[in-house]
Write a protein that binds this ligand. Structure first.
Ligand code: GLC
Ligand code: CA
Length: 600
């Protein structure tokens, strides 16, 4: 079957090239768009549509339910495309919508070519693509290929016997002294190995035991993945967000890891940025990515500057950009994210500046403060106290959107949605939160009271409560009963109210996004930090030829003093979150104040 598939693909691509040669079909996805070619002007940063874009992330389960079953769906997303168009974003990254038993809300895929039935069907998906494209909105698919679901047919076959043709699609090891092959712990708690009585061997799962890791050493696996990606590109998607893509290559000696807490060893050094990861991505690029004008972003937790330059270098051999997590991991404790420690502003600023300065001219940054795995950004880095919520949400957005890189807006961030602070375990749905609560409290490493505080600050469910559309029951998310509780503050924080209010956070985001389209310097200008060591202020200049831009943000709940640099005398204010009118000399910033000045 493999060979026939391969042949079929060759014939298809031959036919496609022939059509292009004959001029029968303007294959706009293969060739770079003309307007981008003409932009190439020898600058260190090549102009690309995905650098100029703003991405909006949708978590489909919680975005909009169209049929009252309490679960978001594709038709719900279609209903809200006009809302997204109004916000001004032009790319959507939608978390996985493929067939899945939902052990990890869709990051456990059991069929790569079928839409998860609660979300809709292939016709709905095709309609979503065409409705989005009509509005000049592109769609990125979440590509989850480090692992599949244990209910994927490949795994169902693989576990049947040692000589099953799919056996080597996964990573199987014999027991060592009657126990796990090594001491690795899984990212969701417990061992990373699961014993399978059928063949009396263990399989590797870096995430839940229902997410067995694919064996990328196996060429057939890689070919299956590339075929599947080609299938979606041909359907017309505009790119991929690649789930834990930095973990696909494992050190084949599978050594024990360091005990980073008292329970299990760390798989990190042997699985993250593993020995063949760049080789695999270059192959994927040759086989699929380079054939389409698409955008790619890799989820690469633990990535260093050096690695990022390999993954997302300007030479374009692998991906367009990666997500680094240093700034959101800042403030981790002995048990990783499970701590009540606050983030450290100076450290945060140092990390952000480092990524700006060191990727400049070499690789492209992704800019984000929140996603479906992180607490709400305003609660974590701003201040969700009603007195400061609006101002600090706008300040954070200003700081992020004026940097060099492609900004990502996580659903509800444009409304300043906050953490939900569930205080009962039964309100949580997230496998990571529930597993670690049990593991850490049962091992006596934390009291249930303390762990509950950690969950309230750090659980992924903080970002997964339903999108707050209006002040009707269930925040206008569903007519039924939502799969996870709605944040009770939806009466004060919702889209309907903010669409009415010209000063809302929504309209502030809209303006930031519009400015990016109007001013090239926001996308491509060089980054230069000022006030590096200030304890409250994050300020930086962007420069491009004769133009310059100054961004000033007060990250604290106290006044902060600063001197506006002379060179910005008489500059124009592009945006301010507190209606400031004086921008010269020594000024006093109010708590969470932010503004941007522009001069030519
Ligand atoms: C990524 C996803 C996360 C998921 C994990 C396993 O980190 O963002 O939601 O649980 O991979 O697929
Ligand atoms: Ca539904």
């Amino acid at each position: 079957a493999q060979n026939i598939n391969g042949k079929f693909r060759d014939i298809l691509s031959f036919a496609r090239n022939l059509l292009i040669l004959l001029g029968c079909r303007s294959y706009d996805k293969v060739t770079e768009r003309e307007d981008y070619k003409k932009h190439r002007n020898g600058d260190s940063m090549e102009k690309k549509w995905w650098k100029e874009s703003v991405v909006y992330q949708i978590y489909p389960k919680s975005f909009k339910d169209s049929n009252g079953d309490g679960v978001g769906d594709i038709r719900g997303i279609i209903q809200k495309l006009d809302y997204l168009k109004e916000l001004g974003v032009n790319v959507l990254w939608i978390s996985p919508m493929l067939e899945s038993p939902q052990d990890d809300n869709g990051y456990d895929i059991s069929d790569y070519r079928r839409i998860y039935k609660e979300y809709g069907n292939m016709e709905d998906y095709e309609e979503l693509l065409s409705e989005a494209h009509k509005r000049d909105i592109r769609i990125l698919m979440d590509l989850v290929v480090n692992h599949t679901s244990d209910e994927h047919n490949w795994f169902v076959e693989s576990r049947k016997s040692k000589d099953n043709p799919y056996r080597d699609y996964y990573i199987w090891k014999d027991p060592v002294n009657g126990k796990e092959p090594n001491n690795w712990g899984g990212a969701f708690g417990g061992s990373a190995w699961e014993y399978d009585p059928q063949t009396q061997m263990y399989y590797l799962h870096l995430f839940s035991k229902k997410q067995p890791d694919l064996n990328w050493e196996n060429e057939k696996v890689r070919q299956e993945v590339y075929d599947m990606m080609t299938f979606w590109c041909e359907k017309g998607i505009d790119g991929f967000r690649m789930d834990v893509i930095s973990m696909i290559s494992k050190d084949q000696t599978f050594p024990d890891g360091e005990m980073n807490n008292s329970l299990y060893g760390d798989f990190g050094p042997y699985c993250v940025h593993g020995p063949r990861v760049h080789e695999f991505l270059q192959e994927m690029n040759r086989e699929v990515l380079s054939r389409y004008d698409i955008m790619t972003v890799g989820e690469t937790s633990g990535v260093t500057i050096e690695e990022a330059q390999k993954y997302a270098g300007e030479a374009g051999k692998e991906l367009n950009m990666v997500f680094q997590f240093e700034h959101v991991d800042n403030g981790s404790g002995d048990y990783g994210k499970w701590t009540t420690e606050k983030y450290d502003f100076k450290e945060f600023k140092r990390i952000m500046i480092k990524w700006q300065e060191e990727l400049q001219g070499k690789a492209w940054n992704s800019l984000f403060l929140g996603n479906h795995d992180q607490p709400r950004s305003v609660s974590r880095f701003g201040n969700d106290n009603p007195a400061y919520r609006e101002t600090s949400a706008k300040m954070l957005a200003t700081c992020l959107h004026m940097m060099q890189g492609t900004p990502y807006v996580y659903q509800g961030e444009e409304l300043g949605m906050t953490n939900v602070y569930f205080d009962k375990l039964e309100d949580y749905r997230d496998i990571e939160s529930i597993n670690f609560f049990t593991e850490l409290t049962e091992a006596g490493l934390m009291t249930p009271e303390y762990m509950m505080k950690c969950l309230m600050l750090r659980s992924r469910d903080n970002a997964r409560t339903p999108m707050q559309w209006d002040d009707s029951a269930q925040a206008g998310f569903t007519d039924g009963e939502s799969w996870i509780k709605v944040n009770p503050n939806y009466k004060e924080i919702n889209a309907a109210q903010q669409l009415e209010d010209p000063n809302s956070i929504f309209h502030y985001y809209q303006k930031l996004i519009r400015l990016r389209k109007e001013k090239d310097i926001i996308v491509y200008g060089e980054f230069e930090p000022i006030y590096r060591d200030d304890e409250q202020i994050f300020a930086y200049i962007r420069r491009q030829k004769q133009e310059k831009l100054l961004t000033v943000c007060n990250f604290s709940d106290k006044n902060a003093e600063m001197e506006i640099p002379e060179e910005f005398k008489g500059a124009e204010c592009l945006i301010t979150n507190l209606d400031r009118t004086v921008f010269e000399g020594r000024i006093v910033l109010k708590p969470y104040e932010a503004f941007v000045l522009y001069k030519k």
